[in-house]
Design a binder for this molecule. Structure first.
Ligand SMILES: *Cc1c(COP(=O)(O)O)cnc(C)c1O
Length: 403
């Protein structure tokens, strides 16, 4: 007799995410195909309004990717040769890549070991005479602590930019004494009904901490499209207008180019499909939070190091740390049991070959280097069934001989 086949547990399952909304997605596609307009039309405009409302910011500009959202934002802020941008050494490559593409220099500050977000005091200390911006990343859907950075930026009139590619809907849920589940007060221009707003009363929220914020709609993100897409969010009307021009090669009117921009346009199809998915996002984020708590409870007595609690985190990935050099071994053991994992990120940005000429050396960012050797993302997506999650937990316990 053969043993029953082990169910495969994927890291993500976009097919399951789309199945219940298939007819709405089909309808959105039909609407766009028959409209005759395929880039920057009414679907993009409507999606921009809806995202602005969801994030409680005044302006949203749809662009071609999260990378281009960051690039266009830094271009609009005038980042260029000779300038420095303070940022984190532990992120996806795009965070540093956009800075280098503009001829500027990324100046890294190490991360906090527990959250793996930029250490605010270290970041503030790296602000110098050439610094023209600070770019924070809300890693894995957890809001970075930015108060010290905001204060340092304000005193020097330097813009803070949020890389929110992993952070749509995130708020700071680390403070004690806030009311559970109470909706936050609207302080944006949207006039949205209070009960639709994410976060707790008075909580600090993604996209409202700095001058501008970037979103990615890459398929694997919490709000993922069917291809590439991104958005720039800002409360600054002038900045929004510059990004709008930059996304069409700097033209404010057709064939009148006042800036050198790029083709950073968002497709109508992506916008129409993402509008359908946006209506489900609050429920999906709640599901992610619930599953993250399940993991945290069920793994509490194992040797793996768990991400700290944060009621406002959206868990775009659930990333544990595997101490004692056992990360790759555990990942292999899980793969053998049909459990998919991922490493975000195996190498700190300053150690990437493409950034070698910045001249950083091993040992410059000890916390980022240690994280790169220990992180392991476990399966987490809104449709993940509890029994599948408990299978992942069970296999980790088995690996450590915990039965
Ligand atoms: C995904 C991601 C990006 C880039 O977004 P794309 O849409 O893939 O270009 C930038 N920064 C971070 C932190 C990301 O996770």
């Amino acid at each position: 007799m053969t043993a029953p086949a082990l169910a495969r547990v994927p890291l993500q399952d976009l097919g399951e995410e789309h199945r219940p909304i298939a007819s709405e997605l089909d309808e959105a596609v039909r609407r766009v195909l028959s409209s005759g307009r395929y880039v920057l039309g009414s679907e993009v405009a409507a999606f921009e309004r809806e995202i602005a409302s969801f994030c409680d910011v005044a302006h949203a500009v749809g662009v071609s990717s999260g990378t281009d959202a960051l690039l266009a934002t830094l271009m609009a802020l005038g980042v260029g040769p000779g300038a420095e941008v303070v940022t984190t050494p532990f992120s996806f490559f795009a965070t540093a890549g956009v800075i280098v593409r503009l001829g500027a220099r990324p100046v890294f500050a190490d991360i906090e070991p527990a959250t793996m977000n930029l250490d605010p005091d270290k970041a503030a200390a790296r602000i110098g005479p050439r610094t023209v911006a600070v770019l924070v990343v809300h890693l894995f859907g957890r809001l970075a602590q930015t108060a010290a950075i905001e204060a340092a930026c304000a005193s020097r009139d330097i813009p803070l930019v949020e890389d929110g590619a992993q952070a749509i809907g995130a708020w700071d849920g680390t403070r004690e004494g806030t009311s559970h589940g109470r909706p936050s007060q609207s302080n944006g221009a949207s006039g949205r009904r209070a009960e639709e707003q994410p976060g707790e009363l008075g909580a600090r929220r993604f996209a409202t901490l700095g001058r501008a914020a970037a979103l990615s709609f890459f398929p694997a993100k919490a709000l993922g499209g069917f291809g590439d897409g991104g958005m720039v969010l800002t409360g600054d009307a002038h900045l929004a207008e510059r990004v709008r021009a930059l996304r069409v090669h700097g033209a404010r009117e057709k064939h009148h180019h006042v800036l050198v921009g790029g083709n950073f346009r968002l497709d109508e199809l992506q916008a129409a499909l993402l509008r359908v998915k946006l209506t489900r996002l609050p429920g999906w984020l709640e599901a992610r939070r619930r599953l993250a708590n399940l993991y945290r409870e069920a793994l509490a007595d194992t040797p793996v190091v768990l991400p700290p609690p944060d009621r406002g985190a959206t868990w775009s990935s659930f990333v544990i740390r595997v101490p004692e050099g056992r990360r790759d071994d555990l990942a292999r053991a899980l793969a053998d049991r049909h459990i998919e994992t991922a490493i975000h990120y195996p190498r700190p940005l300053p150690a990437q070959p493409a950034l070698a000429e910045l001249g950083y050396r091993p040992g410059d960012f000890p916390e980022a280097e240690r994280a790169a050797g220990e992180v392991l993302a476990l399966p987490l997506y809104p449709e993940l069934r509890d029994d599948r999650l408990m299978r992942v937990v069970g296999e980790i316990r088995r690996y450590y001989g915990l039965g």
